[in-house]
Ligand binder design. Structure first.
Ligand code: DQA
Length: 147
């Protein structure tokens, strides 16, 4: 059975490429999704990708993933540090979720060192730019037993 994975991008990540490129890199979100799609095809995995800057839309996507996905790779953006509602959404469903960040959040401002999402995730990858997503996808697939 082919695994199915939701790639979930949170607030402001639609601006990648133009947004603070020194911090987040020059790769656009569309290009990240394209590279992940290519990797998924090589691995025989089905990916669906969704971005929203609204926590409600992200919560809905997490709830809906329960009906079709085997796991989630989630970059919650700044909601990482504040959103108990997103944390509860992940806790409410029974899908392994990997927290992912482009930047090394532990090497930045103090408020970014705290993730309210991490305790309900299976693990976290941060600091490798767009490649953090590929590492997260492979980590999730390893966990799901397909690699
Ligand atoms: C981010 C890190 C967050 O602290 C920040 O608010 C973002 C991007 C990252 O991918 O490095 O929006 O999630």
């Amino acid at each position: 059975m082919n695994h199915k994975v939701l790639i979930l991008h949170g607030p402001n990540l639609n601006l990648l490429g133009a947004r603070e490129p020194d911090m987040y890199g020059a790769v656009t979100l569309a290009e990240i999704d394209r590279r992940l799609g290519e990797a998924a095809a090589e691995r025989g995995v089905e990916l669906r990708s969704f971005q929203s800057s609204s926590d409600g839309a992200l919560i809905d996507a997490i709830h809906e993933a329960q009906d079709w996905a085997d796991g989630i790779v989630f970059n919650p953006g700044a909601y990482t540090h504040s959103s108990y509602a997103l944390r509860d959404a992940i806790a409410a469903i029974d899908l392994p979720t990997v927290e992912v960040h482009l930047s090394n959040v532990d090497a930045r401002e103090a408020f970014r060192r705290r993730s309210v999402i991490a305790p309900v995730c299976v693990g976290k990858i941060a600091g490798f730019g767009w490649y953090s997503y590929l590492l997260s996808l492979d980590a999730l697939l390893q966990l799901l037993g397909s690699q």
